[in-house]
Write a protein that binds this ligand. Sequence first.
Ligand SMILES: [Zn+2]
Ligand SMILES: [Zn+2]
Length: 129
Amino acid sequence: MSVSGSCLCGRVKIEVARFDRDVVACHCVQCRKQSGHHFAATRAQQDDVSITGEQDIKWFKASKHAERGFCQHCGSVMFWKQREVSHISILAGCLDGPTGLKLTRHIFTDDKGDYYDITDDADTYPQAD
Ligand SMILES: [Zn+2]
Ligand SMILES: [Zn+2]
């Protein structure tokens, strides 16, 4: 059973046939600046994701090894993609439920903001996992 999703304005739509990972919260500075809080992203093989409105996605290269994809009309952050890998991270907030996913890890907690605490029982990693 596939899960669908979209950006806020609806120009970019996705259909994910299968996820290959649960949801990871990333508290790194880049994710915090781009999202306004922290990232929460699941992941899928690129072959399992179909995207409509690909021309409306803007890709920002925040570092040498990864790009961040967002809708250039409404600004919704949707993707994080490393170079030369077969999978793509998908921001969980774009997905229309039910997803069957669970937030299982917090990474880069060394970079997290001082205005919130991590209080769930998911695993925490000071840097990458
Ligand atoms: Zn949009
Ligand atoms: Zn991050």
